[in-house]
Design a protein around this ligand. Structure first.
Ligand SMILES: [Zn+2]
Length: 287
C-alpha cells in the first residue's frame, strides 16, 4: 500500500511461525478495511505460508515450521550460507523487503497463556518506540535467543546508532479469541508511532489502553542444556519469584536458580527442547 505523500517504508509480518494465526487475521482485516496510509509505503508479509498451509486444528502446535524455526535465521552468515530449508528459501525471498523497511512489526502469539507484550530488543531505541506506541501494556527488553537471530534483530534493527526500528509483539495465546483484536490494535499503535497515519480508520475501532505500560528488562535467557529439563512447578508468564537462589528448574544435573530477588519469569516454554530457550529472567524497571 502506498500513501499520498512520502514517508517511511513499513513492513508488517505475520506467520513467521505458521501456527500463530492472529497476525494473519489482523492483516486480512486491515486489507478488508478502508485503511490507506497517509504517507509512506506499507508492505504486508504473510511469511511462512508453507507451514501455515499444513495447519491442522487437531494438531495445532505442529505447523510452527516445516524444517526449522524461521525466527532464528536472521543473520547474514546463515542467509548467505549454503544451508537449505523451506524457511531459508522464504527468508531469502523476504530479505530485500526487510532490508528496505525503516520500521518492522513482527506479529506473534505464545504457546501458553500470557498477556500481550512488546519485545523491544536490546537497545534504548526499542524501548522509546514501545513507549511511543503505548500498547500493549507489557514491554520486554531482551537480546533474543542463543539458538539464532530473530527477524526483529536483523541488521540495522539491532544497531543502536541506526534510526531503523523493529518490534516483535506477542499478541496473547495462539488460539485465544482475543489475539486477533490485540494484533489489529497493535498494528494501529505501530503505524501511528511510525508517523504513517495520523489516526486509525473508522472501521478499526481502537480499544481503550489497559493502564500504564510496564517495562521488564531481561538479564538472562535460560538455554536448555540437556534432554532432561523440567521446571520445578507450573510457572505463569510474569510470575515473580521473591528470593534469589530459588530453584525454578532442573536441567540434567544442573539446577536453574533465580539470580536475584523479585526475579520475573517471562514466557516459560510449553515444551522444553535442548538448545532452545526455556524461560527468560528479568526485572521490572521504572521507565
Ligand atoms: Zn512466534
Amino acid at each position: 500500500m502506498v500513501g499520498n505523500a512520502p514517508g517511511p517504508t513499513v513492513l508488517i509480518s505475520a506467520l513467521i511461525h505458521g501456527n500463530e494465526l492472529c497476525g494473519a487475521v489482523a492483516l486480512d482485516q486491515l486489507l478488508s478495511s478502508s485503511f490507506t496510509p497517509d504517507r509512506g509505503r506499507l508492505i504486508l508479509a504473510f511469511a511462512n505460508v508453507a507451514a501455515f498451509s499444513r495447519f491442522d486444528s487437531a494438531h495445532p502446535y505442529l505447523s510452527r515450521f516445516v524444517d526449522e524455526d524461521m525466527n532464528r535465521l536472521w543473520s547474514p552468515d546463515i542467509l548467505d550460507g549454503p544451508k537449505k530449508s523451506a524457511e531459508l528459501t522464504r527468508a531469502r525471498a523476504l530479505r530485500p523487503l526487510v532490508e528496505a523497511a525503516d520500521y518492522l512489526l513482527d506479529l506473534h502469539s505464545t504457546s501458553l497463556p500470557a498477556p500481550a507484550m512488546v519485545l523491544s530488543g536490546a537497545h534504548g531505541k526499542g524501548r522509546n518506540f514501545a513507549r511511543k506506541m503505548g500498547y500493549p501494556t507489557y514491554v520486554v527488553a531482551d537480546k533474543g535467543h542463543r539458538a539464532g537471530v530473530r527477524l526483529r534483530d536483523f541488521g540495522e534493527f539491532n544497531n543502536p546508532e541506526s534510526a531503523k526500528c523493529a518490534m516483535l509483539v506477542e499478541c496473547g495465546q495462539h488460539f485465544d479469541n482475543d489475539s486477533p483484536a490485540v494484533a489489529i490494535q497493535t498494528i494501529m499503535a505501530f503505524l501511528l508511532a511510525c508517523g504513517m497515519v495520523d489516526e486509525a480508520p473508522e472501521d478499526i475501532p481502537l480499544l481503550p489502553c489497559l493502564g500504564q505500560q510496564q517495562f521488564i528488562e531481561i538479564s538472562h535467557a535460560v538455554t536448555i542444556r540437556s534432554d532432561r529439563f523440567a521446571f520445578s512447578g507450573e510457572f505463569q508468564c510474569f510470575e515473580i519469584i521473591p528470593k534469589a537462589g530459588t530453584q525454578i528448574a532442573q536441567d540434567g544435573s544442573h539446577k536453574v536458580l533465580t539470580p536475584y530477588d523479585d526475579c520475573v519469569l517471562v514466557m516459560p516454554a510449553r515444551q522444553p527442547v535442548r538448545g532452545h530457550t526455556a524461560v527468560r529472567l528479568g526485572r521490572f524497571v521504572a521507565e
